[in-house]
Write a protein that binds this ligand. Structure first.
Ligand code: ZN
Ligand code: ZN
Length: 410
């Protein structure tokens, strides 16, 4: 965990600046925001500290954005344009045991593209990524390392039929969604494990209405109508356990999951027919694994805090950002940022999205053409950044490292 050393690095930076810099252990901090437009095929790279536009990348269609665990790559998944485009963020960390060096370059398109019909779910596991192409029922798996060099070697995993599916590359195995026998318009009915030859290992793990997956620590979860499937690595093939929802709120389900960073938990939305407003905290190691956290109005988007692991942030349709204490299971702070963004209407309508960049939580405000910055600790408004067009999806990468440029003898 870099969490405790992170705040230390910031204070060291302040100390070295006060002393006039140029010390043996100089620190550098960089955070970048990548923001996709709602309707235009562009991705903006923005310096999150200076609030300056660094670059606008032209892609092929409106993009969903994913950042890698390392933060070295951001992927623009363009479902309607049948392609995933790879962007090198220009920020990399090299771990030297007692310290990490930060390397900062201009962000750039690496030239790597993963093509296929209608990519949607896009999942990383241990440096490997799988883009699932719904209209083919096939995933293409590649390594981040290769994506950065601009030339990917693709491995195909065939789920058997077109559907809104997902593949998780899992060591020597792949976890593959099982399409609904009634056709591609229905959600998958479970997951199966395949070896590298595409041979099924073990039984189908049932998961009606499978939608939503995440990884936290060494656990991977899939959301189902009945509960969560929890995947653990075992001797050989991964093991899969079904964790049913608590009796008290079995009327609803999760359809979107996030995995905690620095704390092992899942954060899920909570969907039921009554339009109930809540999110779900899931800790599979607890006897009472599920907790509901009530919200004033429906959830629009959420993000976990990778630095202050105890917190996650939820944006609701009344225009408020909430700080959620995931240990206590309570909302600690709420701050109104935008005009209301109703969840009625088309699911694809422009609505705010949340990311965490260093000291700030950043919220896109598509209809106002700007980003709101909120101090993650004081939970007060820390600034705004104007972005042309309709800024929509957002991810952040960055951190603090040593910038001494020394020779490590390798
Ligand atoms: Zn170093
Ligand atoms: Zn989906």
């Amino acid at each position: 965990m870099k969490r405790s050393t992170w705040s230390l690095s910031v204070s060291l930076l302040a100390a070295s600046l006060a002393a006039g810099g140029a010390q043996a252990h100089e620190e550098a901090t960089a955070w970048r925001l990548f923001v996709a437009d709602h309707s235009e095929p562009v991705v903006h790279a923005i310096d999150a500290i200076e609030g300056e536009l660094l670059e606008t990348f032209e892609v092929n269609g409106p993009a969903s954005l994913y950042r890698s665990h390392s933060g070295e790559t951001v992927y623009a998944v363009q479902g309607t344009a049948d392609v995933v485009t790879v962007i090198a963020t220009g920020i990399a960390f090299h771990d030297h045991g007692d310290h990490a060096d930060i390397e900062i370059e201009a962000p750039r398109l690496t030239g790597a593209e993963i093509r296929g019909e209608y990519p949607v779910h896009f999942v990383e596991h241990q440096g490997h990524w799988a883009a699932f192409f719904d209209k083919e029922g096939v995933a293409r798996v590649f390594r981040e390392r290769d994506a950065l060099t601009g030339s990917v070697e693709l491995r195909e995993v065939d789920a058997g039929a077109p559907h809104h599916g997902v593949v998780v590359p899992y060591g020597n195995f792949d976890i593959v969604s099982e399409p609904h026998p009634e056709g591609p318009s229905k959600l998958p009915i479970g997951i199966r494990v395949q070896d590298r030859n595409g041979t099924r290992v073990g039984e189908l793990a049932e998961c009606p209405d499978l939608h939503g997956e995440a990884t936290t620590g060494n656990l991977t979860a899939f959301a189902c109508a009945t509960g969560l499937l929890i995947v653990r690595s075992g001797d050989g093939a991964p093991s899969i356990e079904h964790l049913p929802y608590a009796e008290a709120f079995r009327e609803g389900k999760a359809t979107t999951l996030l995995g905690g960073r620095g704390l092992q938990y899942f954060l899920g939305n909570y969907v039921d027919d009554s339009g109930h407003s809540a999110v779900m905290l899931i800790d599979p190691s607890e006897e009472e694994a599920f907790r509901l956290v009530e919200l004033p109005t429906r959830r629009v988007h959420f993000a976990v805090d990778p630095i202050r692991a105890r917190y996650a942030y939820v944006f609701t349709e009344d225009g408020q950002l909430h700080q959620l204490d995931v240990l206590a299971g309570e909302i600690r702070h709420s701050l109104r940022l935008t005009d209301p963004y109703s969840m009625d209407g088309h699911w694809r309508d422009p609505r705010p999205r949340v990311a965490v960049a260093g000291e700030n939580v950043v919220v896109t405000d598509p209809l106002a053409g700007k980003l709101h910055l909120v101090d993650a600790v004081s939970f007060e408004k820390a600034g705004e950044v104007a972005v042309e067009g309709t800024p929509f999806n957002i991810v952040a990468v960055g951190g603090t490292g040593a910038a001494h440029g020394h020779d490590h003898g390798h």
